[in-house]
Design a protein around this ligand. Sequence first.
Ligand SMILES: NC(=O)c1ccc[n+]([C@@H]2O[C@H](COP(=O)([O-])OP(=O)(O)OC[C@H]3O[C@@H](n4cnc5c(N)ncnc54)[C@H](O)[C@@H]3O)[C@@H](O)[C@H]2O)c1
Length: 353
Amino acid sequence: MKVGIIGCGNISHCHMQAYRKNPNVEVVACCDINLPRAEAYAKSYGIKSFYGSVDEMLANEKDLDSVSVCTWNNGHYECAMKAMKAHKNVLVEKPMALNAKQAVEMQKEAEKQGVVLQVGFVKRFAKTTKIFQDFQKSGTFGDIYLTKAIYTRRVGNPGGWFSDKSKSGGGPLIDLGVHVIDLSRYLMGMHKPVSVYGATFNKLGDKLNIKGIGHYHPADFDAKTNICDVEDSVIALIRFDNGAVLHVEASFTLNIKEGITTLQLFGDKGGATLEPTLEIYKDIDNYLTNITPVIEYASDVFADMFANEINHFYDCCKKHVKCLAPAEDGVVLMKILDAIYESAQTGHEVKIQ
Ligand SMILES: NC(=O)c1ccc[n+]([C@@H]2O[C@H](COP(=O)([O-])OP(=O)(O)OC[C@H]3O[C@@H](n4cnc5c(N)ncnc54)[C@H](O)[C@@H]3O)[C@@H](O)[C@H]2O)c1
């Protein structure tokens, strides 16, 4: 499979390293609106061609089968649409788009062109996700009626395009919440969301002034010109058509002791914590019992997820395997995010059509 990378920033390296592990894939081109970055990227990985725009890459690389879209969030729709119109399969980073309207158009274009449009819901490809599903299939948890998904940082606003709403579409909800909302829905049984109630807060700003700790930044970051007009935290309740409820919290900045990343699922036969490690809670012989499955984790769990995601993308493109992270799920996710932002603005519950 001949692949082109669109956007040569931080996350594109995870795609690139995963493609390189698959012997059936060759990354033959890359592009970035920052041409020197595309050039340096091509040189460092031995990629034959590099370009300063998606248009140039698509015009010159007719043999490409597939692309990875790793741009800022506001480039996902445009780059994916152009690639699909040129009959390329697309793996688009999360969030799929800036809103549900764009996501629906993307899904329709993929169907029209008969190409794969996979959304970068990389947590679906984590080892713990698969193991949780194995236990779920045998009835370990019963009916999962409540999930708590938390992805909070005390000081973790990356700045750059992440904190500029015109490029990101929002803050921790669209950046971090997207991961855990999707994973929760995936593990709760893919029920249809019917309503949300959410609140966002813009109280603390980006806290780039904080000293004594390291700050993570995207490829183009300049503290002097940094814009921050996104929410710094969000809380939301999402209700599904089977009555189950998902409670989500996410933050870039929050006055807590330390950031928390956890997913807790509660069923009528058992419960589980998925992150940071998998633990299962059940009543056995009238005793409250905690179970820790013995699992050999990869030395680099993050790289392992990306390798699984990229290998699956290859299988979808070349072996016509059913996509595990299809556009239709990205559309539902964008409807949830739109509804949370609307609820936060109006102060009311928002129904999802
Ligand atoms: N799956 C994950 O865990 C994960 C983690 C981090 C980021 N991401 C996603 O990956 C995407 C990129 O994030 P990042 O951290 O790599 O950002 P980044 O700023 O480091 O890199 C983005 C690159 O895209 C380029 N770019 C922007 N618009 C473009 C366009 N229209 N055409 C070509 N190039 C363009 C920029 O010049 C930059 O080099 C975002 O959508 C982000 O949400 C996903």
